[in-house]
Design a protein around this ligand. Structure first.
Ligand code: ATP
Ligand code: MN
Length: 257
C-alpha cells in the first residue's frame, strides 16, 4: 500500500541505528552501500542529488539501514517542478484536544471542496492530521504555495481563537497551526504508511473521512492496524485528477473561503 505513494518521489530518511528510544537523525542522501532499489534523483536545486526508493527492494534496503520514517517531497520525478499533492499539516498545541484537530481537518476538507478539490485525511502517527489533496501536475509550486498560504491565512483570520497560519510557537498557544509550508519544492512530509520513530511505533495511517470520526488520537494506529486493512481507506485517491483552477486561486487570494 505504501509503494504507490513512494514511487519516483524524492525522500528523506529518519534513521534509528540504535532503536527508536535512542538518538535518531535525518538524512537526505544515500550512503555509498545503499544501492538495491535506491535511485538517485537530480532536480530541485541545480547540482543537488536526492534519493527515491523503487519497489519492495528499496524498502528492504532502507530497513537494513535502520530507516524508520520515510518523508517525501510533494512531487515526483521526472517532473519535480509540478507538485502531485497539496498537504495541510495540522499541528495542534499541547492543550488542543484531538476532536478539535478532527474538526479542523473536516473544515479544511470543506474549503477545498468549495474550491473544487477532493481531499483525504492522514493520521500523522504523531499529534496531528495531514489533509492531502492529489494534484494532476497542472499546477506549479508557486500556485500551490499561494493557494495553501491564502487558505491557511483565511482560516486563521476567520477563527483567530482556533487557528494560526504562522509557525511562531508563542502564537500557537491553545491553537492549531495550519502548516502550509510542506507545499514547497524540497519540503517533506511523512509518507502514508510510514512507521514513526516515536513511543509505541505508531503508523502514519490513511483513513476515510467517515472513519476519522471514531479515531481517538493521531498516534492510535500501529503496523497491525495497517496490515489488517482489507481495502484502501483512500478509495479514489489515485484516480482523482484535479488541479487548482485559476478562479479558485483568485478567490482564495481575494480572501474568499
Ligand atoms: P505531528 O503530527 O506530530 O506534527 P508530523 O509528521 O506532522 O507529526 P514532524 O515529524 O514533527 O511532524 O515533522 C514536521 C515536518 O518537518 C515533516 O514534514 C518532516 O518531513 C520535516 N522534518 C522532520 N524532522 C526533520 C529534520 N530533522 N530535518 C528536516 N526536516 C524534518
Ligand atoms: Mn505535523
Amino acid at each position: 500500500r505504501m509503494l504507490p505513494h513512494l514511487a519516483s518521489r524524492p525522500v528523506s530518511f529518519l534513521r534509528a541505528p540504535d532503536g527508536i528510544d535512542h538518538p535518531t537523525f535525518f538524512q537526505r542522501h544515500a550512503l555509498p552501500d545503499m544501492t538495491a532499489g535506491i535511485v538517485p534523483v537530480s532536480g530541485g536545486k541545480p547540482g543537488k542529488v536526492y534519493v527515491a526508493l523503487e519497489g519492495i527492494e528499496g524498502l528492504i534496503t532502507a530497513a537494513q539501514f535502520s530507516v524508520i520514517e520515510l518523508h517525501g517531497w510533494a512531487a515526483r520525478t521526472p517532473d519535480l517542478d509540478h507538485p502531485d499533492r497539496i498537504i495541510f499539516d495540522l499541528d495542534p498545541d499541547e492543550s488542543v484536544l484531538f476532536t478539535a484537530v478532527k474538526t479542523a481537518a473536516v473544515e479544511i476538507r470543506g474549503v477545498l471542496e468549495a474550491a473544487g478539490l477532493k481531499s483525504w485525511p492522514l493520521l500523522s502517527g504523531g499529534k496531528g492530521i495531514h489533509v492531502i489533496a492529489p494534484l494532476d501536475g497542472r499546477n506549479n509550486w508557486d500556485e500551490v504555495e499561494r493557494f495553501t498560504q491564502g487558505l491557511a491565512r483565511i482560516l486563521a483570520t476567520l477563527s483567530r481563537e482556533r487557528y494560526v497560519a504562522v509557525a511562531t510557537k508563542a502564537r500557537r498557544k491553545g491553537r492549531i497551526f495550519i502548516d502550509y509550508l510542506r507545499n514547497k519544492s524540497s519540503a517533506t512530509a511523512i509518507v502514508p504508511y510510514s512507521i514513526r520513530a516515536r513511543p509505541g511505533a505508531p503508523v502514519a495511517l490513511p483513513v476515510g473521512w467517515a472513519a476519522l470520526a471514531d479515531v481517538h488520537a493521531a498516534n492510535a494506529m500501529h503496523p497491525s492496524d495497517a496490515l489488517a486493512l482489507k481495502v484502501d481507506p483512500w478509495d479514489g485517491f489515485f484516480e482523482c485528477a484535479q488541479a487548482i483552477s485559476t478562479a479558485a486561486l483568485a478567490g482564495i487570494e481575494n480572501g474568499l473561503p
